[in-house]
Ligand binder design. Structure first.
Ligand code: PLP
Length: 406
């Protein structure tokens, strides 16, 4: 059981008002609020330890480098990777997927090759592959999603017969909350020789992840959805693959020797993929965010959010014309819904007037919206700091908004 009063007291933003009402923040899936430990970690670093990393012999540079690399080690342990050489700092999940598409993809994808994704991907795990497919005259294939919002097993098997070179798959859907059995899908895809990239943006804040147990080749996530800062994220890649992959961005930090005449040789992993000055304070604070999640208890956080989601669905189902999108057995707490005859945007705007922050629209998953023949949903998503009272407020707010709009 989470001590909610204690947790909430660590999130300064939760005491603020919106339109004169107490903030009810139900947009965790878009970005998490930050505990004071994360905010303070950035401040402390910038106030007392800042310098550039890996570049100086002076004391501050050493301190900054040590803290930056210690954060990398925290990520490694958190996701069960074998070595910090496999942990690449990126600016976020989007950046990490683009890195794989541009480095691994440009080297490995040839005309006619198949790149496999699913219908429930976020645009971040669609567009980079579309761009690569276009450049390489490769083919983008899509595994369909059932009415319940789970991966269509038969279609998956069918698509595997096309011998994809890579499967890029979301771990937890940001719209449906579906938790995909990525270990199973990884195994199946690898049996036909595919590499597997998992988009863990919505799993890292809610579930324990072990990349070695899953057996994937790549795993990506953003810090800001897991109580960390914006502008920092992670690419995990298996060392043997990362070693073979060419660098993507060029510049300082990623080189060994630069010689105009003889050409440039590159740094060892992980720096080969980290051109330029990184988001040092972001990485350090992200390490603190992982500490915060582990200290609070990931299992308890996940259980709590699922209880909030179940109660929200229970209360919202009383609202006339309610339709939920996403009925998978294995789900996180996120709740996506529509109300017959009402536009999600109108409902969201009225909720905002009541201080309730939810997401409305396509949630960067237009192909999934097209699958359900809808233009968008209203989405309530939960974090460790949300309460049952906030779920009550949401249900009352939605009821009130729908009466006002009818
Ligand atoms: N993948 C999923 C499932 C997401 O929910 C998001 C963000 O909403 C992203 C990728 C992209 O994350 P970022 O914008 O932090 O790169």
């Amino acid at each position: 059981m989470l001590n909610l009063a204690h947790i909430r007291s660590q999130f300064p933003i939760l005491t603020r008002e919106i339109h004169g009402r107490p903030l009810v923040y139900l947009d965790h899936a878009a970005s998490a609020q930050k505990p004071i430990a994360v905010i303070e970690a950035q401040r402390e670093y910038l106030m007392h330890h800042h310098s550039n990393v890996h570049r100086g012999v002076h004391e501050l540079s050493q301190l900054a480098t040590d803290a930056f690399e210690a954060a990398r080690e925290k990520v490694r342990t958190h996701i069960g990777a074998s070595s910090t050489e496999e942990i690449i700092w990126t600016s976020g999940a989007t950046d990490a997927i683009n890195l794989v598409a541009q480095s691994w993809g440009r080297a490995e994808i040839s005309p006619g090759d198949v790149i496999l994704i699913t219908r429930m991907e976020h645009h971040a795990n669609i567009v980079p592959w579309q761009m690569l497919a276009e450049e390489k005259q490769a083919k983008l294939e899509v595994v369909e999603v059932t009415d319940e919002g789970v991966i269509d097993e038969a279609d998956f098997q069918e698509k595997l017969k096309k011998n994809p070179k890579i499967l890029a798959i979301i771990h937890v859907s940001n719209v449906l909350g579906t938790v995909n059995d990525v270990k199973r899908w990884t195994k199946k895809a690898q049996q036909v020789g595919a590499r597997v990239l998992i988009d863990g943006s919505q799993s890292i804040p809610h579930l324990a992840v072990d990349v070695v147990d899953i057996g994937c080749d790549f795993f990506v996530f953003s810090g800001h959805k897991a109580y960390g800062p914006t502008g920092i994220g992670v690419l995990y890649g298996r060392k043997e693959l990362l070693e073979k992959m060419p660098p993507w961005r060029g510049g300082g930090e990623m080189i060994d020797v630069v010689d105009i005449e003889k050409g440039t040789s590159y740094a060892a992993l992980p720096h080969k993929f980290e051109a330029g000055t990184p988001h040092i304070s972001g990485a350090i604070a992200m390490g603190v965010a992982l500490d915060w999640m582990n200290g609070t208890g990931l299992q308890s956080i996940g259980d709590h959010e699922r209880a909030l989601g179940a109660q929200a669905r229970h209360l919202l189902s009383d609202v006339e014309g309610m339709r939920f999108i996403g009925e998978a057995q294995e789900r996180t707490g996120v709740v996506s819904f529509l109300i017959d005859g009402l536009h999600p945007y109108d409902v969201g705007t009225l909720l905002d007037q009541m201080g309730i922050a939810v997401r409305t629209g396509h949630h960067c998953a237009q192909p999934l919206m097209a699958r359900f023949q809808i233009s968008g949903t209203i989405r309530a998503s939960f974090g460790a700091y949300n309460t049952m009272q906030e779920v009550d407020a949401l249900a009352a707010g939605v009821e009130r908004a729908s009466r006002m709009l009818r």
